[in-house]
Write a protein that binds this ligand. Structure first.
Ligand code: PNS
Length: 157
């Protein structure tokens, strides 16, 4: 099974990396797909987000990285994927995730959305929280890998 794990990854957190590691064990090939959408205003460029992900996931063999724009389902189809992976943290994620999954199902009924529940220690974690803590000088070393923390601190300074 080829699976796509899409997201903004602005930047990737330990929560994302945990989902990547776990889904790479289930999928034959996992494509981590970084959203490159001009409507969103990310802190990091798509290339920077890709570089950080590649650097962090070096040890995993069956993984590829790509940036995509437009519809996720078109990207999945063009890459032969039969599943989209999403991580679920709390109930508050559910409504948005369910809406996306149902929309994607309408767009292509052959591609399934698979939800993986977050590991408990990352249930609070999001890229926005990481950026906010870092902006106000708090430590984010338990939230993102060192290499990403370095780039984040450079970016917000
Ligand atoms: O990390 P995020 O920001 O929660 O990821 C959201 C993402 C990239 C999965 C979502 O915004 C997406 O798929 N965007 C592409 C546009 C699309 O396909 N929209 C229709 C599905 S609702």
């Amino acid at each position: 099974m080829i699976a796509v794990y899409p997201g903004s990854f602005d930047p990737a957190t330990y929560g994302h990396i945990d989902i990547i590691e776990r889904s790479a064990k289930i999928a034959d090939k996992l494509i981590v797909a970084v959203l490159n959408n001009s409507a969103k205003q990310p802190l990091f460029s798509a290339q920077e987000r890709l570089d950080m992900l590649k650097e962090t996931c070096k040890g995993i063999d069956n993984i590829e990285f790509a940036a995509f724009s437009g519809l996720l389902i078109d990207f999945a189809k063009n890459n032969g994927a039969s599943a989209v992976i999403r991580g679920l943290r709390a109930v508050s994620d559910f409504e948005y995730e369910f809406q996306m999954a149902l929309t994607n199902k309408i767009l292509d009924e052959k591609i399934e959305t698979l939800f993986i529940s977050t590991s408990a220690q990352y249930a609070y974690l999001s890229s926005s929280i990481v950026k906010e803590v870092a902006r106000f000088g708090g430590s984010v070393s338990s939230m993102i890998p060192d290499a990403i923390e370095k780039r984040l601190l450079q970016k917000i300074r």
